[in-house]
Design a protein around this ligand. Structure first.
Ligand SMILES: Nc1ncnc2c1ncn2[C@@H]1O[C@H](COP(=O)(O)OP(=O)(O)OP(=O)(O)O)[C@@H](O)[C@H]1O
Ligand SMILES: [Mg+2]
Length: 497
């Protein structure tokens, strides 16, 4: 198409007061905003980041101080400019930035006053964006301060480094503008949620051989490895590499341990507030920093079957446009070439978990294993039916007078037919590991052990085989130590006879 001939030009400089306010609302949360500031510190080669907050105060603040390379005054002024770097620029491999916007957009999303104090080569510079000041003047002019003594937390700066200070925290008040205690409670709550996010997003920096330390009000954050690699029960598949024109994409699948193979606090920490079902999926890292997690990119559903599967994907900042990385560094889209490869990875994971479940299910239908329930798969449906031939049922029925037997078997069949499948399904979909077999009381267990044992002994099975068999099925499996005591007592009594 022919380009139109430019007749005249008119000034269309953005209106400072309006645009700077709009920058506030591009969808940051406290955790994504803080992570964006931490990104800058890591890019500046920091070893230690202090996040300091004062929440119980008339004028609460959040400060992030690093010991990175710092900036000269010219660099600081450039850094304060929205759009300080062209997103098309090629960046160093270790640079976590892209848009030249994060410092400003992340800060304004949480506060109306951003102060940056920075020191390099023995010279300290300070600059302020105050949105109320911009609103009054309606111009893109940043304030420069010579005296930094009055700036809160300025004493945190060492020989070199940068302090980012957020004041006028109007977005974090939770609606409590005058109630200091309630406001503090709101901010503290948000900070507590943010802590886990930082531990996860930056875990590879926190656990590196030369780790970066992040301290939140003096407390050092522990790395949170989503693949629980330190747990020996984690299964790591071999790493795969997809070579693309913009660089290599590294992929590695992990199966994290079953909840019984780790402590409850570790399991809960790993699942987080969203839980394990929602935490399965791809974990995309850009320059070792976690961008996004807990999604299969629409390639499959988050199901119980794949709940323990987590796949690490490593990309570099040279692929930002292919992956459509956003300013907040918390979303990405799959390039089509990668999509096809990941489909195969998912198929493999699904096949693997199906096999594991089939093996577990096998125990239920294996006749040698004395199941109390049968799993019947036919006509595209799966049904569970109590096994009325089980010695516990059959043995008891034997002792009943003839006319009561039919009624007894009918009752058992009714229990099977009225299994609350929908409720079970809903509960399993929420937190599957909370659904557990009911406790059996001693009398019930004793009767079950007696019945099972006498049938198996009568069938001339070896005691050690009987024990191995019973140990594997409920109700004995879940109450094994009591079962063992009852078996010992029965054997002892038999011997005495
Ligand atoms: N803590 C810091 N130490 C040293 N320099 C910094 C620090 N924070 C920001 N800068 C400088 O300010 C510039 C602007 O930061 P900003 O976060 O706005 O953009 P970016 O990091 O380049 O890209 P992105 O928008 O993707 O984060 C950075 O490129 C960097 O040069
Ligand atoms: Mg940045």
């Amino acid at each position: 198409m022919q380009q139109g001939f430019v007749a005249r030009r008119a000034d269309a400089t953005p209106c400072a007061a309006a645009l700077i306010e709009s920058l506030r609302d591009i969808g940051y949360s406290l955790e994504t905003a803080l992570s964006d500031i931490v990104d800058n510190s890591i890019t500046a080669g920091t070893h230690r980041i202090h996040i300091l907050t004062e929440t119980y105060s008339e004028e609460p603040f959040i400060a992030i101080a690093d010991d990175g390379i710092g900036m000269t005054e010219d660099e600081l002024v450039a850094a304060m400019r929205p759009g300080s770097r062209n997103p098309l620029d090629t960046r160093e491999k270790t640079d976590l930035g892209r848009f030249g916007l994060g410092l400003k957009s992340a800060s304004f999303s949480q506060c109306r006053r951003l102060t940056v104090v920075t020191r390099t080569n023995g010279i300290t510079s300070a600059a302020v964006w105050d949105l109320d000041d911009v609103a009054r003047r309606n111009e893109w002019s940043v304030q420069l301060l010579d005296d930094i003594k009055a700036i809160r937390c300025a004493d945190q700066l060492g020989k070199t480094g940068t302090l980012v200070l957020w004041e006028k925290l109007d977005r974090l008040t939770g609606g409590y503008k005058l109630n200091v205690a309630k406001r503090a409670e709101t901010i503290n709550q948000r900070l507590a949620e943010t802590e886990r996010h930082l531990r996860l997003v930056f875990h590879r920096f926190l656990e590196a051989p030369k780790p970066i330390r992040i301290l939140l009000n003096g407390r050092q954050l522990r790395p949170l490895d989503p693949f629980a690699r330190k747990n020996s029960a984690t299964i790591a598949d071999p790493e795969e590499i997809i070579s693309l024109p913009q660089g290599d994409v590294e992929i590695q699948s992990f199966t994290i341990p079953h909840h019984k193979q780790m402590s409850t606090p570790d399991w809960d920490d790993l699942g987080g507030p969203e839980g394990h079902l929602k935490s399965q999926g791809f974990y995309v890292y850009r320059g070792e920093r976690l961008i996004l997690h807990g999604t299969w990119f629409g390639l499959c559903r988050q199901s119980e079957l794949t709940k323990l599967s987590r796949v690490r994907i490593d990309i570099s900042n040279s692929m930002d446009s292919d992956w459509k990385i956003d300013v907040k560094k918390c979303s990405a889209q799959l390039p089509p070439t990668v999509r096809d490869r990941l489909k195969k990875v998912i198929e493999r994971i699904q096949e693997g978990s199906k096999r594991t479940y089939r093996k577990r299910g096998q125990k239920l239908v294996d006749h040698n294993r004395l199941p109390l329930w049968h799993r019947i798969q036919s006509d595209g449906h799966i049904r569970y039916r109590p096994n009325i031939e089980h010695p516990i049922f059959a043995g008891y029925a034997e002792e009943l007078p003839e006319h009561l037997r039919r009624g007894f078997f009918n009752c058992i069949s009714l229990v099977g037919a009225s299994l609350p499948v929908e409720t079970l399904h809903a509960d399993m979909a929420a937190v599957a590991e909370d659904v557990v077999p009911d406790h059996v009381d001693e009398d019930t267990l004793t009767q079950a052990v007696q019945a099972t044992l006498s049938v198996l002994l009568a069938a001339k099975k070896e005691l050690k085989d009987i024990i191995a068999l019973m140990r594997d099925v409920d109700p004995f499996r879940t109450a094994w130590s009591d079962t063992q005591l009852i078996i010992d007592a029965i054997i002892e009594a038999n011997r005495a006879k």
